[in-house]
Design a protein around this ligand. Structure first.
Ligand SMILES: *Cc1c(COP(=O)(O)O)cnc(C)c1O
Length: 353
């Protein structure tokens, strides 16, 4: 039979998202979602939304949402770009900042597994820089890598390791090329590089409403950068979809980001639970990389990562296992609510018995 698919559609290996099973109810600690509900102010915005306005396309300038993000981040609105999840923004960064078949994009071997997919889809060579033995990122090696630009997740996924702001600033200053910082987990670390965009014209900081704002189902993310870089993202967006952020999403996310008091409390609880879960897992024979995110990357002294994953799943607890070469001993475990974390620890006790 004739194959009507393009070469790309036939051959590309896409990103695989964490499973969202429906066979039974799991304690779901596999995709780094937030255990707490979105802010009550976001719910108010949702309930108060003028339904009849849905007959119109969404506000093209996204004024309300951009102003709310700008106020929360301490920058001006012309430095903000919004997208349908930060994944979409990271995707748009490739055509916006990297030439097809050019010098390429440099990133770590163990990092967000969407980056190599974007590189392959947009035909940008991937320049892979291995993490050190202890899974920390060698910024000097990344700076030395020949490439048109670099991408760093800080804190990194799936390791959870954070890089202090002072080191990031030195790195941005030393790289006379585009630097994309993926700060999906930054709220749990508190060392955001957003303010540096005023000083460095080569820096794009990408953030999301999915993790620390408990709005993964809403699909919204944003980039903060000098307006000259934002313009490039907008041109590329407008070759795909002029309205990536729907009207309801704009209203809900604007209300959410203004409620720093509520989210500050949720984040503090997750960070303190992360420390407790870390201690408890260590007492059960797990070792973990030092996490600055809302998950821990853990391996057991006597069991493979695949075994830990499967045995937890049998006991109704879902975590994420990656088959990658250096990381297959580990499982990435999202920090849940107090009760969910206790369910994880009870399941771990049971499987080790
Ligand atoms: C979760 C995550 C994102 C973003 O996700 P969206 O839901 O698309 O905003 C981006 N980068 C990393 C490293 C992530 O873990």
């Amino acid at each position: 039979m004739k194959n009507f698919l393009s070469k790309t559609a036939r051959e590309i290996s896409p990103y695989t998202a964490g499973e969202q099973p429906s066979d039974k109810k799991y304690v779901k600690l596999n995709t780094n979602e937030n255990p707490y509900p979105p802010s009550p102010k976001a719910l108010e915005a949702y309930r108060g939304f003028d339904f009849s306005s849905l007959k119109l396309y969404p506000p093209l300038q996204m004024r309300g949402l951009k102003d709310a993000i700008a106020a929360a981040e301490g920058v001006t609105s012309d430095c903000i770009f919004c997208g349908n999840g930060s994944d979409e923004i990271l995707a748009l960064c490739f055509p916006a900042f990297f030439d097809e078949g050019g010098k390429g994009a440099a990133f770590a071997d163990v990092t967000y597994s969407f980056y190599p997919v974007f590189a392959s889809f947009f035909k940008v060579p991937a320049r892979i820089v291995p993490l050190r033995e202890d899974f920390t990122l060698d910024l000097a090696a990344l700076t030395a890598a020949p490439a048109q630009g670099v991408i760093v997740a800080n804190p990194n996924a799936p390791t959870g390791i954070g890089i202090p702001l002072a080191e990031i600033e030195k790195f941005v200053a030393e790289n006379d090329r585009i630097v994309i910082l993926d700060e999906a987990y930054m709220a749990f670390y508190g060392q955001s590089a957003v303010q540096l965009i005023k000083k460095y014209k080569n820096l794009v900081v990408v953030k999301t409403f999915s993790k620390s704002y408990s709005l993964a189902g809403m699909r919204c993310g944003y980039a903060v950068a000098d307006p000259s870089l934002i313009a490039g993202l907008e041109r590329c967006r407008d070759c795909f979809n002029s309205y990536p952020v729907d009207s309801v999403c704009q209203a809900v996310c604007a209300a959410a980001i203004a409620d720093s008091k509520y989210y500050g409390k949720c984040t503090a609880r997750i960070v303190s639970e992360r420390e407790r879960v870390g201690r408890e897992l260590a007492a059960r024979g797990f070792t973990m990389l030092p996490s600055s995110a809302n998950f821990v990357f853990a391996k057991h002294e006597a069991l493979s990562g695949g075994e830990v994953y499967a045995r937890l799943r049998d006991r109704g607890v879902l975590v994420r296992h990656f088959k990658g070469e250096r990381i297959s001993d580990f499982c990435r475990i999202t920090i849940g609510s107090f009760e969910e974390n206790n369910a994880l620890l009870a399941a771990a006790d049971d499987l080790l018995r």
